[in-house]
Design a protein around this ligand. Structure first.
Ligand code: ACM
Length: 626
């Protein structure tokens, strides 16, 4: 027995050394070597080809600022940090992979393409002390442990979606978001540019889209409960991107290996466009306003709903397709991404049902159900995109009306749509609500700002983008979606995005076989320290107790856990504030009868960590299902 333990222990030590590097996402292969390299005033970055210049200069600048050293980038003459674009492609690492070797003499980073060098640089930065994230000279031992890393992504589509309609983010804020994505090796920004609450992209041939559609009346408070625009009230809450802004953001993203997928959400979610051009709808209501987050829809469960205000384009009006042709002409001209996202989600058909033109079109097309009109509409949209040399991608509702084989599908209502689409031979991007919706609250419901659903880090980390029985070649990858109805600032966007985006970064980049939750959550804590050095916000919900109750006959039992390891949960039931002399939770507790209140505080190493959670009896009972 002892002998059996001895050998693996030896291996385990090597593995532990690799794991202590705390990298996210976990590389394909890491070999910890002995020794290290220390940055010094003689350190420089060299590169072999012009294609590597941009990354070399970024790295040199990034290392110079916090170290106070003047680290230069130079072509040719080899320096201690060498960036090499392979003359002959290394088949193992593909187009985004890299090989990184650090030893006592220096650092060699090799890739087939600049993207690989960029990702190798991100890994290298994570190997340096957290102070490397400072932008001013900081004190640190600038030591990089000796390693050999071979790394490449599992999926080519590693995305985050940013909704800039519900809340507008400035050009600089979008760039910051792109920076954050790129650090953890995301390569696709899905930019949700239009919705009921604001049209954010300049369309020069349709100026009212931004003159009218980019402004709404100012409102605070919970989305869906805000006051209606009043007659004559000025719409002063404005924001959109000019063509110049968009070109600048695309170039900024491209330098960080991020491609931008623009979304123009049609035929539903179009109230801002209809406010600008009421004739695009069936009722042509000239009083349509860009919506500030009022009670404009009713939800009945199972995804069925009613729009109290019309927000759909009229599929029976040729003028709508002329409008879309103009919009997509400019979108296609601006964005190099081969795809344009056309939405297609949550299209309420009630106004179509009542419209004579739609009824006549259905008759002409031999369509019995109004639902099927969406298929006709999406088909027309795809033809427009094809005429601009673009491929169509849409939310999984586009499957319902029947779509052409060339369209790609973004599976959000679970993975069902993605499975069906893949079986039909469509390309699929996986982003099911149950794992990937970053607007959902991530900790204890009673203390997080309210939203209708929650999603914990561990659940996000458990996501597997290739469902059983699906040919992986159809799964392009996946993304996380940041809807911003309740996200008014970039700071809060960071809080909602991280750490769950780290989980997704690993899901989409790292080998499936390397998935390891206890190890991951440890690395998350190391990234927290790095985020602190960066001044980036994130949620610390992993330190909060997870509180559940269950009824066993007529007794209510309390069960508690937490996502972070090594926590002690101290709790009281007697209306006193818990400290580390209170009861320590070790196993399910039978709750006493009576009007108790539970108070729990998590501790680590004798210090409080996380939030104090207080739950009254009614809530404890409710959690048990009564
Ligand atoms: C969506 O969440 N409506 C795609």
């Amino acid at each position: 027995m002892k002998n059996l333990v001895f050998l693996p222990l030896f291996l385990l030590c090597a593995m532990a050394a690799a794991q202590n590097l705390n990298l996210i996402p976990q590389p394909v292969e890491v070999r910890a070597m002995t020794g290290n390299y220390t940055l010094s005033k003689t350190t420089a970055v060299s590169y072999n080809e012009t294609g590597a210049k941009e990354v070399a200069e970024m790295l040199a600048a990034k290392l110079s600022a916090p170290t106070g050293l003047t680290i230069k980038a130079q072509q040719g003459k080899s320096a201690a940090i060498q960036l090499t674009l392979n003359a002959t492609a290394d088949a193992e690492i593909g187009s985004e992979g890299y090989k990184l070797e650090v030893n006592a003499k220096g650092i060699a980073l090799r890739a087939n393409h600049p993207a690989g060098l960029f990702y190798g640089m991100q890994t290298l930065l994570q190997l340096l002390p957290n102070e490397v994230e400072r932008t001013k000279p900081a004190q640190a031992a600038w030591v990089i442990p000796a390693v050999q890393i071979t790394d490449y992504p599992r999926f080519g589509w590693r995305g985050l979606m940013l909704d800039v309609s519900r809340n507008f983010f400035t050009k600089e804020e979008v760039k910051t978001f792109i920076d954050l994505m790129a650090r953890w090796k995301f390569n696709t920004l899905h930019w949700h540019l239009t919705d009921d609450n604001g049209w954010r992209i300049e369309i020069k041939s349709l100026p009212r889209l931004t003159e009218i559609g980019a402004c709404r009346v100012p409102r605070m408070g919970h989305f869906g409960e805000r006051a209606d625009p009043q007659p004559g009230e000025a719409a002063t809450d404005c924001g959109f991107y000019t063509h110049e802004d968009i070109r600048e953001i695309i170039a900024y993203a491209a330098a960080r290996n991020v491609t931008i997928l623009p979304e123009i959400d049609v035929p539903g979610h179009s109230m801002a466009a209809i406010a600008a051009y009421p004739d695009l709808s069936t009722r042509k209501d000239p009083n349509t306003r860009v919506n500030p987050g009022t009670h404009f829809s009713e939800w009945y469960g199972n995804g069925t709903f009613k729009m109290l205000v019309e927000n759909t384009l009229n599929p029976a009006d040729e003028k709508v397709y002329e409008f879309l042709d103009k919009v997509f002409t400019e979108v296609a001209m601006l964005f190099p991404n081969p795809y344009i996202h056309v939405g297609g989600d949550e299209c309420y058909k009630g106004y179509w049902q009542q419209d004579e033109g739609c009824q006549a079109l259905m008759k002409k097309l031999g369509i019995r159900h109004v639902e099927d009109l969406q298929g006709y509409f999406m088909g027309r949209v795809e033809k427009i995109l094809q005429s601009k040399g673009k491929k169509m991608i849409g939310w999984d509702e586009i499957l319902e009306g029947g779509i052409s084989p060339t369209a790609a599908v973004m599976s959000w209502r679970g993975v069902k749509g993605g499975i069906e689409a893949a079986h039909l031979g469509h390309e699929v991007v996986m982003t099911p609500t149950t794992f990937c919706y970053l607007d959902y609250y991530q900790g204890e419901r009673t203390i997080e700002p309210p939203l209708y659903a929650g999603l914990r880090l561990q659940k996000t980390y458990s996501f597997e983008p290739v469902p059983d029985g699906v040919d992986p070649k159809f799964i392009l990858g996946g993304q996380g979606n940041l809807w911003t109805e309740q996200i008014p600032t970039l700071r809060y966007a960071e809080y909602m995005t991280f750490p769950r985006a780290w989980a997704l970064a690993e899901v989409y980049w790292s080998p499936k076989a390397k998935k390891d939750w206890p190890d991951f959550v440890g690395r998350v804590e190391a990234q927290f320290a790095r985020a602190d050095a960066m001044g980036m916000n994130y949620s610390k919900a992993i330190y909060d107790p997870i509180i559940q109750t269950a009824w066993k006959q007529d007794q209510l039992w309390l069960e508690m856990d937490a996502e972070a390891r090594g926590l002690d949960l101290f709790y009281t039931l007697d209306d006193t504030m818990p400290d580390d002399h209170a009861a320590r939770y070790t196993q399910p507790v039978e709750l006493p009868e009576g009007p108790i209140t539970l108070r729990v505080q998590s501790y680590r190493d004798g210090r409080p960590i996380g939030h104090l959670i207080t739950l009254k009896l009614e809530e404890l009972k409710r959690r048990g299902g009564r």
